[in-house]
Ligand binder design. Sequence first.
Ligand SMILES: Nc1ncnc2c1ncn2[C@@H]1O[C@H](COP(=O)(O)OP(=O)(O)OP(=O)(O)O)[C@@H](O)[C@H]1O
Ligand SMILES: [Mg+2]
Length: 261
Amino acid sequence: MTPIIAIANQKGGVGKTTTTNNLGKYLANKGFKVLLIDLDPQGNLSYTFTGKAIADEALILDIYDGKKIPPLNVINNLDLYCANSELTTISERGDNGYFQLKEGIEGIISEYDIVLIDCLPTLSTGLVSALVAATHVLIPAAPNDLSSQGLHDLIGRIQQIQRRMNANLDLLGLILTAVEDNTKSSKETELLIRNTYKNYVFSAKTRKSIDMLQSHNKENNSKDITRIVPKKPISQDFKEFAEEFINRLNLTTHKNIKSVG
Ligand SMILES: Nc1ncnc2c1ncn2[C@@H]1O[C@H](COP(=O)(O)OP(=O)(O)OP(=O)(O)O)[C@@H](O)[C@H]1O
Ligand SMILES: [Mg+2]
């Protein structure tokens, strides 16, 4: 079964899009065939790859609507369905809205080794539809006082969806992002998160780095952060995280073993 990873946290600015973008490119460069889905009506992930403020092709909304449209091919092994502002309308679809993503991607995903869904920063129909479609949830969390407060609510929502709508959903783990090792409050919050969520927290963490902004640039569509600034500490951080991600999922079987090196 193709793993489908919802990258989710209702808190804004915790690194969901940055993590999805870089993980997608890292895995594609390793030879995995990757489908990225932008589920945030703000379309930030789509923008990082297309450079267009308003997406006008390969819209994930069409997949909700049961249309069989192809994704955008970004680079070898990396495809993308884009978000537009009309994605907000799925919250007006009642219960249908919860299941349309799962139904829409069912016929498409067998071509891929992995699907990564960049979720929107609200506990909304869009997020529920991602959690219904997903096999796993990855939670990026920036260890500052504010972002740790919502984790409890998010995990409650995940457990509710496991009980009611998707018994196959697993929590893959929490990845600490934008970590500032030099601040006391960041250290304390990291410790609190590790003590609370134990093995669910990835051993790897990615420190705060201004260089991450470069990975949002269309010019770097083929380069994840480890190829943009290979000598910087953030690259080692990200590599450790990505390899731990691959191990946690046991992502070893390639449908496409061609690597770009
Ligand atoms: N280690 C890191 N991991 C992720 N993001 C980082 C890191 N270091 C710095 N950043 C920066 O933090 C910001 C995170 O924003 P990003 O858009 O990825 O968050 P988000 O959770 O997707 O936000 P939103 O909820 O608005 O969609 C970006 O500007 C990114 O460059
Ligand atoms: Mg985002």
